[in-house]
Design a protein around this ligand. Structure first.
Ligand SMILES: [Zn+2]
Length: 348
């Protein structure tokens, strides 16, 4: 094809391009690696020297010219596309506004996050474990063997099947203790927040699906005094007021000694009475609220996790997140947290 013809064609195609994509393919058609002009330039090598020089100059000039034309057209099209999108996206500032529905965090999420933050400030990391758990982690490794009567303390959802070990929905967050210890060496301090499941009837104080926050601190000389200090500090920061706690002896198979932790009632300030001397119903006018179970990690639990109980000691605790939220926000019924009632959730 004569060069003049090529020029005419290319110019027509460039100016005929209706958008940047079309212009781009036009570029490839003439100036691309396999474009018509590129191939022409390449074929000049085969011409005798005299005509090669003359033709070569002509073709090179055309190449520069077409490059220029291409950029010019590109600018035009860019400008056009910009104007069009400006028109399409024009904002009518006088149009009435749309109401945006604000989302918010569920009160249990907020309580859990606050707890993670507070324990984090005391050097506790966060550990997690699966909801579906092996019998070994949920019971045996925690010093609750198969025929031990203590198993009845946890009403369990068992899963059908499972060939090697029986599976269940974890009844507490304590299996995370074992899982963590299997893969870490002390000293350490962790909390493990998460869902747990109990096969039991639901009422104002019980739910079959609830949240726990497990704690575990292990070192060479970790004592009950450490536990008391950590928990007292936690409650003070969480409820933002000074707090008294007391420990009562109790039994849990995975701790020795074990205790229940009571906290001075946040509603009546520990007096057991409300205004005009009426009894405080939140604490049964005792002035104390039962908050959680805890204790010093049982030597058998250390052994199950592969630690030497003569070398290490530590405390463990498990608190109910719902219980914390009920006290913090004055919620009278645990079921409210799970009903998905937006009117309830929007209060927090
Ligand atoms: Zn009270």
């Amino acid at each position: 094809m004569p060069i003049s013809e090529l020029k005419k064609q290319a110019l027509a195609v460039f100016s005929g391009a209706k958008n940047l994509a079309e212009l781009d393919s036009a570029y490839h058609l003439y100036l691309g690696r396999k474009g018509k002009l590129t191939l022409l330039l390449r074929s000049l090598r085969e011409l005798p020297e005299t005509s090669r020089r003359e033709k070569g100059k002509e073709a090179n000039d055309l190449h520069d010219f077409l490059e220029q034309q291409f950029s010019k057209r590109k600018q035009e099209l860019q400008k056009e596309e910009f104007t069009q999108s400006e028109k399409a996206e024009r904002i009518d500032v006088t149009a009435p506004g749309k109401r945006i529905a604000l989302g918010r965090l569920h009160p249990l999420t907020r309580v859990q996050r606050a707890a993670i933050r507070i324990f984090g400030s005391m050097g506790f990391g966060v550990a997690e474990g699966p909801h579906i758990e092996a019998e070994w982690y949920n019971f045996d490794a925690l010093n609750i063997p198969a025929n031990h009567p203590a198993r009845d303390m946890w009403d369990t959802f068992w899963l059908k099947d499972s060939k090697n070990s029986r599976l269940l929905l974890r009844t507490h967050t304590s299996p995370v203790q074992i899982r963590y210890m299997e893969s870490h060496q002390p000293p350490f301090r962790i909390i493990a927040p998460g869902r747990v499941f109990r096969y039991e009837a639901t009422d104002a104080k019980h739910s079959f699906d609830l949240h726990q926050l497990e704690g575990l601190m292990v070192g060479r000389d970790v004592s009950v005094a450490h536990f008391k200090a950590v928990i007292q500090k936690f409650y003070e920061l969480f409820f933002a007021k000074s707090m008294t706690i007391r420990l009562r002896p109790s039994y849990f198979p995975f701790v020795e000694p074990g205790f229940e932790v009571d906290m001075s009632c946040v509603i009546c300030g520990g007096t057991g009475k409300k205004a005009k001397n009426t009894p405080c119903s939140s604490c049964g006018h005792t002035g104390w609220l039962e908050m959680m179970g805890a204790g010093m990690v049982h030597p058998n639990v250390f052994k199950a996790a592969g630690y030497n109980p003569r070398e290490w000691q530590g405390f463990a605790f498990g608190m109910g997140v719902e219980r914390l939220a009920m006290m913090k926000f004055g919620v009278p019924d645990i079921r409210l947290f799970f009903e998905g009632d937006l009117q309830f959730i929007r209060q927090f």
